[in-house]
Ligand binder design. Structure first.
Ligand SMILES: Cc1cc2nc3c(=O)[nH]c(=O)nc-3n(C[C@H](O)[C@H](O)[C@H](O)COP(=O)(O)OP(=O)(O)OC[C@H]3O[C@@H](n4cnc5c(N)ncnc54)[C@H](O)[C@@H]3O)c2cc1C
Length: 473
C-alpha cells in the first residue's frame, strides 16, 4: 500500500522504515529542508555542527537500540561510564556522581544511591526509598494513576524530604521534560525511574558519534529509499482534504517559491507532525470528534539549546552533566563526548536552557550573557580566574514548541496511533506509548503506527516480510 506520511522527524522516519520492511511503499513529506524535526542539526560557516537539542540515548531505549541494530549502525553510539553526574551549586566547580556498579538491577541503582554521600543524608535516602516503594511494587498501573499529581505533590504525599526534590528531582524533571517538579506529572519521572530500576543498563547513557541528521536520520532514509519508499524535503502539508464520509481524500501539499500546490493521493495517510501543527491542520469535521478534541489538551513546551565554543579546554568529563542551575538543565562538553565534534584543545559546551518560557522571546545576547554567568559557578576555575576562558563563538537554537508539556492529566489527552478515521493514523512522541516525549517515544510511536497500518491489510509486496516486533520492554 502507498502510505503518505507528513513529517520527517524520528516518528515519521521510523514509521516509514517499518512500513517498507513490511512491504509497503511510504512517502515521507517533510516541510523543512532538513530531516529530523527536534533532532535536526546544521553546519555553520566554519563547518561546525549545531543542533536543535543536546541528545542523550539511554540503555532503557529498547526500540531505539533495536533500530540502530537493524540499520547496522550500533557502533555509532558512544556509551559512557554507567554513572549520573550532578554539579553541586553549594560547592561551585565540584561534581557528585552516582556510580552504578555492574551488578543486576535494581540493586545496582540502589547501591549507587546508597554510596553517594554528597547529596543526601542516610535519613533522606531511607525516606526516599520508602516513598518510592509503591511505584516499584505496584508497577506501571500505579505509575499511570499518579498522572493526577504533580511530581512535587506526589513527593510530599510520600513524605519524601524536600531536599530530595531540590537536589535530584528538579534536575531530573528539567532534563526529562524541560519543566519543574511543581509543573510536571508524577507519572513521567516515575516511569523513567521504573525503567532505570528494572533494567541493568537502563540508566546508562550514550551519545551519538556525530550529528543526528547525518548519523541517524540519513541511514533510515537510505533504508527506506533502497526498498522503494520515498523521502521528500521542502514539502509542507497544507491541508488534509476529506471525502464526504470524513475519510481522507488526499493530502494537499503547499507549493513553495511560487510553485502551485499539489495533490498527493495514497491508500493510507499518517500525520507524524508535531501535535501543535496537527491541531492547526485538523479538518473541521474531525475537530468535533472526542478522539481529536483531546489534542486540545496537548501543547509543545519551549526549550532553548545553546552551543558555546571556547578558546581552551574547560573540562575532561566525557559525559552528560546535570547542572542543577535555575537557568540550565543538562549540558555536555561535546568536544569530549562526540567523536565528530572532538577537539583536544578547545571545549564546545552544548547546554539546554529550561524551563524556557521566560527566555524564549529574549535576545540571543541576553541568553548568552545569562548562561555565561552560570558558567562562572559551574567552572569557577576558568571564569572567575584572572585569565578567564574566552568565548569564541556561539549558536542559540530556540524551539518555542518542542515535546508536549507533560503536566498532570496529559496522559488522558495522548491519542493512540489508530484513529476513528479508517485511512488516517498518528505518529509522534506525543502519541500514546509507554515513553515520554523522547527519541525512544518517537521511534516506538512510528513503529506502532506501522503495526496498525499493517493490520488494515497484510503486506502485499513481500510475503516473507517479517512481522513487526516491539522490542522487549
Ligand atoms: C532541546 C531538546 C533536547 C532533547 N533531548 C532529548 C534527549 O536527550 N533524549 C531524548 O530521547 N529525547 C530528547 N528530546 C526529545 C526528542 O528530540 C523528541 O521527542 C523527538 O525527536 C520527537 O520526534 P517526533 O518525530 O515525534 O517529532 P518532531 O521531531 O517534532 O518531528 C515532526 C516533523 O514534522 C515536520 N512538520 C511540521 N509541520 C509539517 C507540515 N505541515 N508538513 C510536513 N511536515 C511538517 C517538522 O518539521 C518535523 O520534522 C529533546 C528535544 C529537544 C528539543
Amino acid at each position: 500500500m502507498r502510505v503518505a506520511i507528513a513529517g520527517g522527524g524520528l516518528a515519521g522516519l521510523a514509521c516509514a522504515k517499518y512500513l517498507v520492511d513490511a512491504g509497503h511503499t511510504p512517502i515521507v513529506l517533510e516541510s523543512r529542508d532538513v530531516l529530523g524535526g527536534l533532532v535536526a542539526a546544521w553546519k555553520d560557516e566554519d563547518g561546525d555542527w549545531y543542533e536543535t537539542g543536546l541528545h542523550a540515548f539511554f540503555g532503557a531505549y529498547p526500540n531505539m537500540l533495536q533500530l540502530f541494530k537493524e540499520l547496522g549502525i550500533e557502533d555509532r553510539l558512544q556509551w559512557k561510564q554507567h554513572t549520573l553526574i550532578f554539579n553541586q551549586p553549594e560547592k561551585p566547580g565540584t561534581l557528585s556522581r552516582f556510580d552504578v556498579p555492574d551488578i543486576p538491577s535494581p540493586i545496582n541503582v540502589i547501591v549507587s544511591i546508597l554510596r553517594n554521600n554528597d547529596m543526601l543524608t542516610w535519613n533522606q535516602k531511607i525516606r526516599f526509598a520508602i516513598g518510592l516503594l509503591p511505584a516499584i511494587v505496584r508497577g506501571q498501573k500505579y505509575v499511570e494513576d499518579m498522572d493526577r499529581y504533580s511530581l512535587l505533590e506526589w513527593l510530599r504525599l510520600q513524605g519524601v524530604d524536600e531536599k530530595v526534590n531540590t537536589d535530584i528531582f528538579i534536575a531530573a524533571s528539567k532534563a526529562l521534560t524541560f519543566i519543574n517538579p511543581d509543573e510536571v506529572s508524577a507519572t513521567i519521572p516515575l516511569t523513567a525511574l521504573n525503567r532505570f530500576l528494572q533494567e541493568r543498563y537502563g540508566s546508562k547513557i550514550a551519545f551519538l558519534d556525530g550529528s543526528p541528521t547525518e548519523r541517524l536520520c540519513q541511514p533510515i532514509v537510505d533504508h527506506i529509499i533502497e526498498r522503494g519508499g520515498q523521502v521528500k524535503l521542502n514539502v509542507p502539508l497544507k491541508q488534509i482534504v476529506l471525502n464526504p464520509d470524513g475519510t481522507v481524500k488526499h493530502f494537499l501539499l503547499r507549493g513553495l517559491n511560487g510553485a502551485p500546490d499539489e495533490i498527493l493521493t495514497a491508500d493510507l495517510y499518517v500525520s507524524a507532525m508535531p501535535v501543535d501543527v496537527m491541531k492547526v491542520l485538523m479538518p473541521q469535521p474531525w475537530a468535533e470528534m472526542e478522539f481529536f478534541k483531546k489534542l486540545d489538551g496537548l501543547e509543545g513546551v519551549p526549550v532553548i539549546n545553546l552551543h558555546l565554543w571556547f578558546d581552551r579546554k574547560l573540562t575532561d568529563v566525557d559525559h552528560l552533566l546535570f547542572s542543577r542551575s535555575d537557568l540550565l538543565s543538562v549540558y555536555a562538553d561535546m568536544s569530549n563526548t562526540c567523536r565528530e565534534y572532538a577537539n583536544p584543545d578547545k571545549s564546545m559546551l552544548e547546554l539546554v536552557l529550561a524551563p524556557a518560557k521566560d527566555w524564549i522571546d529574549r535576545s540571543e545576547e541576553d541568553i548568552i550573557a545569562a548562561t555565561m554567568k552560570e558558567l562562572e559557578k559551574l567552572f569557577p576555575q576558568h571564569f572567575a580566574a584572572e585569565n578567564p576562558a574566552k568565548l569564541l563563538k556561539s549558536k542559540v537554537v530556540k524551539t518555542p514548541r518542542s515535546v508536549y508539556t507533560a503536566s498532570p492529566g496529559r496522559q488522558a489527552c495522548r491519542p493512540t496511533q489508530a484513529t476513528p478515521i479508517a485511512n488516517f493514523f498518528l505518529a509522534g512522541s506525543y502519541t500514546l506509548q509507554r515513553y515520554l516525549g523522547s527519541m525512544e517515544g518517537a521511534v516506538l510511536s512510528g513503529k506502532l503506527a506501522a503495526q496498525e497500518i499493517s493490520k488494515v491489510q497484510p503486506a502485499i509486496a513481500d510475503a516473507s516480510a517479517p512481522d513487526l516486533q516491539l522490542a522487549a520492554s
